[in-house]
Unconditional design. Sequence first.
Length: 186
Amino acid sequence: MDMSVICALGANLSSEQGDPVDAVSKALCELANKGFSLISVSRFWRTPAYPSGSGPDYVNACCKLQTSADPKATLDAFHDIEAQNGRVREARWAARTLDLDLIAYGDAVLPDLHGFMQWRDLPLGQQQSAAPTELILPHPRLQDRAFVLIPLAEIAPLWCHPVSGLTVAQMLAALPEAQKAAIHPV
């Protein structure tokens, strides 16, 4: 049975694949080559690097996909595409040639509600150093990130977070205006 998947894409370093716009564009093609059916894609957005001053601006986008792969195989495919684009995981929240985040896999909450909530509620200082060893779904930071919610609102404003029950539009409206104002279409 095919499952609906939300993927956030981003890049802020050039690679052999080209500049960040090229990297995100090519990643969308690679998703199709790996058997994902592309349902919709947002515009590309220019976003300041986080934390502030940590690198060049990002190019971000979101897409909706259909897949018959399970969540782990989906994430593995995303990591393969990142590696093909020269992604090296050296430091948390570092500049990168390509980032594909599995934001949601249907209404799955993984590893379970308690595990999800632990990662969602992790203090900022620990977020910067701790990385989960298992897949956490939906993405535990999605509600905090304008660079995900702005493009996602273009393609799925009524998508409902399976834990909070909030729509993308509601999560986006709750973010500080200054955070949203820093993001512009490419």
